[in-house]
Design a protein. Structure first.
Length: 226
C-alpha cells in the first residue's frame, strides 16, 4: 500500500480548532484572525508637500525675525558723536553716522571722528600762538598736510578765510586734489588753526571722494569746536 504524504504528521488525531485559533469566533476561524491596525498610510506626495510647507513656514519665520531685528536697528534714532579731547583742549561734535576713531590715522593728532573710509576729522594741540599770525601758520600747515596726504596730480586752493568758533579765532584753508588715473576720485582737505587764551589747536578734515555733503559735514564739525 502506497504511503501518501501530506506534509503533516502521519499519525495522531487532528485537533479542532487548532490551538492558535482557540478563543476566536467562527468567522475568524473561517477567514482568519483580524490583523492589528497599523495606522493610516499617508501618500508620499502628501508627506512631501507637508514637509515642504513646514520648511517654508520655518524659513518665513526666520526671515521675519531677521527683518524685524534689522528694522529695529534701523529705526533707532541716530545721535551725534561728541568728542572731548583733553590733550588738545577742545570738544567738537560730529553729525549722526560718524564714529569716534580709536587711533587717529595721522601722527601727532590726539582725537578723530570718521565716516567709514570716506572722511575723517582730527584735532591736535598747536604750538602756541604763531608769531606771524594764524593765517600764515594755517597756510604753512595746509601745504605740509597737502603734500603728506593728498599726492594729487593737481592741487588747488578752493577756500581761504578767517574763522571763529565759540570764542576761538583763526584761519582755515581748503585744498582739492585731482588724479589722472581712473581709480582715485578727487580729494578734499581742510586745515584750520584756532587760537584762544594763548593756546592753539589744529583741526584737519579729509574726504575722498570730494562731495558737497562731505564738505558741509566737515565744515559743521569745525564750526562747532568749543
Amino acid at each position: 500500500m502506497d504511503e501518501h504524504r501530506t506534509g503533516r504528521r502521519p499519525y495522531g488525531d487532528p485537533v479542532w480548532p487548532p490551538p492558535e485559533e482557540e478563543g476566536l469566533p467562527p468567522s475568524a476561524r473561517l477567514y482568519g484572525a483580524p490583523a492589528t491596525p497599523s495606522g493610516v498610510r499617508v501618500p508620499f506626495w502628501v508627506r512631501r508637500t507637508a514637509l515642504f510647507a513646514a520648511a517654508v513656514a520655518v524659513g518665513a519665520a526666520l526671515v521675519a525675525g531677521v527683518v524685524a531685528f534689522v528694522a529695529g536697528r534701523l529705526n533707532q534714532p541716530a545721535v551725534p558723536v561728541v568728542v572731548q579731547d583733553g590733550i588738545a583742549g577742545v570738544s567738537y561734535t560730529a553729525p549722526p553716522g560718524w564714529r569716534l576713531g580709536t587711533v587717529p590715522p595721522v601722527t601727532g593728532f590726539t582725537s578723530a571722528v570718521t565716516l567709514g573710509e570716506s572722511a575723517v576729522v582730527m584735532a591736535r594741540p598747536g604750538d602756541g600762538v604763531p608769531t606771524g599770525g594764524p593765517r600764515a601758520a594755517a597756510l604753512q600747515l595746509a601745504d605740509v598736510y597737502g603734500r603728506l596726504l593728498l599726492h594729487g596730480d593737481t592741487v588747488g586752493v578752493v577756500d581761504d578765510r578767517a574763522v571763529e568758533a565759540n570764542g576761538w579765532t583763526g584761519h582755515s584753508r581748503a585744498l582739492r586734489a585731482t588724479y589722472s588715473d581712473v581709480v582715485n576720485q578727487p580729494s578734499y582737505l581742510r586745515v584750520t588753526l584756532l587760537t584762544k587764551d594763548g593756546e592753539s589747536v589744529v583741526m584737519l578734515g579729509l574726504a575722498q571722494p570730494d562731495t558737497p555733503e562731505r564738505r558741509a559735514e566737515m565744515d559743521a564739525v569745525l564750526a562747532g569746536v568749543r
